[in-house]
Design a protein around this ligand. Sequence first.
Ligand code: PMP
Length: 290
Amino acid sequence: LFSWYQNELIPTKELKINFTDDITGQLRGFRIFTACVRFGSNKKIFKRKKHIKRLYKSAKSIKMKSPYSKTDLNKIIDSVVEKNKDYDGDIQFDIIFSGGKTSSDGFTPLGLSTLIILSVKPFDFPDKFFKEGMKLVTFAFQRPFANVKYTFYLPAIFAHLTIVKDQEADGIIFVDPNDNETILEGSSFNIFMINSNDQILTYPLNGKILKGITRSIVIKICEKFKDLEVLEQSFTKNELINSKEVFITSTTRDVMPVTNVDGFIINDGKPGKLTMELREALIEFRRNSN
Ligand code: PMP
């Protein structure tokens, strides 16, 4: 697989990032990205336009200077996709804008940010997640600048090294630290619950979560193709535990069922029926897009 850095297409394994030219990005974490996927069977990046749009919106909202115009970035992405065209499997492209040249105190980017396009094989999730559903644990935290997709995942990783490990879970969900009960989003995914009236609930876009691209697609699939009612409103951990079905969404996970939260079993402990239908519908939708 080939990645892009400093105007060159380089085998991902040989990618060497210059640290000193990018102190705000590499050392201070002034770095945003989007992770999009070219699924093996189609040769285009799924929802590429939406990913690029979110990336530029993220940059604008933190006053980061984009390295290229949208048109020029798209040309570069085209060349990266083209260079990798013979690769058979799925490819994840992490399109990263990273701080760039920095003032002597290391806190002010002086020019445009640096573009890195990292081409990798997407994470492999165990089959168990789909067959038995995931076990998640809650962690009180709200991502600052939540509608920006940045590369700082320290709180989530800390939670994985502690509570996820201790409770032999598969991942974490952030609960609002202000009330310790409102469910926000996951470490790298959005979360949905289905109540006893078959209404689908997910946290609203009020600045406390990332606007997941898969979240938007799944909402559309529910409303348009499945005639299901979606309520973008908050719910508590207690409501989640007592719900009919729980699932999460992200670009690399699609729709994944959740069957256990903080040790409480959701419904009968099996992946939900609607959840698995939505998973199929999303994969079908993707197959037919392009
Ligand atoms: N929330 C966070 C914090 C994330 O990092 C991600 C995934 N990158 C998501 C939600 C899901 O977003 P998407 O559907 O665009 O992958």
